[in-house]
Design a protein around this ligand. Structure first.
Ligand code: FAD
Length: 349
């Protein structure tokens, strides 16, 4: 039986060996309905696997099929009043799409250059970087609604975007059942190339030439990201492993009494804490546990040093969570989606 299993190692950027009994590549929109029906609505859908933890060792593979979304195509839907609506299908690579928009002199996505993954996954956790969130540019999301068995168009409002969250993000982790398959995303971008060049982050702003264009911003962000983050090819990882906690003023005041150097950022009337700072303060930056560790360049990035297992990843994650809880009374939340073949996995925390 084992020789029929598919290893998903090359389908997740953390490079975990994880196994499934059936893997299907979605290349045509028309196939989706049949695939969902055949799977009895229980499946895992992936893009490029850069925000997932696959917990399915060889002796406990996924019973449900794994779908890889590779729907391709970019088209201009309409232009109106210095805005353009661009439709991009879910299986396009995010960074390539960002550069396609810049080549066409459409502004808006430049601060999100360099984020790994597919376009279809961008709305799932409302990707963001350098002061920009993709929800600011999404007009609507076209998806297959698994429960209602039909293709739907969801407006930006319907998607209930929040910080690293949306209606699509399955926060229950142990359930591998997605309610939607994203087919394409409509972006509202600016045709006024100049108006949207707002870069608020000093480490990017200070490196920009005078009067930068969208390419200058995107290229500068790529360079800053390269400097800050471990090289994915050498250190398999999923980017930020924990979400920055959003807290109220009472929590900030409580923490400041003890930690007067606590970094905070105003966030819609609340405060964003730095998960990296919390983790580093607990002594985890650069530490190694078996084959995994928190990278020496960035305390928030959990890396797979060599053939690590999902168990090692989740044990280290839970250890960090409990240290941060003890020291700061803050609950860290794991950012990537965890897909586990066992509902009873003891490592899920
Ligand atoms: C080095 C590195 C840096 C990163 N930096 C950032 C960053 O700056 N900001 C940020 O926000 N994120 C960042 N990430 C996380 C990641 O790049 C994003 O979350 C990205 O959008 C994931 O895309 P993906 O195609 O790899 O999704 P996957 O990892 O394949 O899937 C992620 C989730 O989306 C779901 N999903 C994927 N495609 C679909 C679809 N078509 N329909 C329905 N559900 C779907 C999956 O089921 C899963 O729950 C980083 C990751 C890495 C490795």
């Amino acid at each position: 039986m084992t020789n029929k299993l598919v290893n998903l190692k090359s389908f997740n950027t953390l490079g975990l060996n994880a196994f499934c009994k059936s893997l299907k590549i979605i290349e045509n929109e028309g196939d989706i309905e049949t695939l969902i029906k055949d799977s009895k609505k229980k499946f895992i859908v992936l893009g490029e696997g850069s925000n997932i933890i696959l917990d399915a060792p060889i002796n406990s593979p996924f019973d449900v099929p794994v779908f890889i979304n590779r729907l391709k195509g970019i088209s201009i839907i309409k232009t109106f009043n210095q805005r353009v609506t661009v439709r991009c299908r879910a299986g396009e690579n995010w960074n390539k799409f960002v550069f396609w928009t810049l080549e066409n002199q459409f502004g808006g996505l430049e601060c999100l250059a360099g984020i790994p993954g597919s376009v279809g996954a961008a709305p799932i956790q409302n990707i963001g970087a350098y002061g920009s969130e993709v929800s600011d540019l999404i007009e609507s999301v076209h998806a297959y609604d698994v429960n209602r068995n039909l293709a739907v168009t969801m407006s930006n409002k319907d998607c209930t975007f929040g910080y690293r969250s949306s209606i699509f993000k399955n926060n229950t982790s142990t359930s591998h059942f997605s309610n939607f398959i994203v087919i394409s995303v409509d972006f509202s971008l600016s045709t006024d190339w100049k108006s949207c060049r707002k870069v608020t982050y000093d480490d990017v702003k200070n490196l920009l030439p005078a009067d930068p264009n969208g390419f200058d911003i995107a290229e500068t962000i790529l360079a800053v990201r390269r400097k800050k983050l471990p090289d994915l090819e050498i250190f398999p990882n999923v980017g930020s492993f924990f979400i920055n906690p959003i807290v109220d003023i009472d929590t900030v005041n409580r923490l400041r009494k003890e930690f007067d150097n606590l970094p905070t950022v105003n966030f819609d009337g609340r405060f964003k804490l730095s998960a990296a700072w919390l983790i580093e303060s607990c002594g985890f930056k650069g530490i190694r546990f078996k084959n995994v560790g928190m990278h020496r360049k960035h305390a928030l990035v959990l890396v797979n040093y060599k053939e690590s297992t999902s168990q090692e990843v989740l044990i280290l994650a839970n250890r960090i969570k409990s240290y941060v809880k003890d020291k700061f009374d803050i609950n860290l939340k794991i950012e990537p989606t965890i897909f586990s073949s066992s509902e009873k996995s003891t490592y899920l925390g």
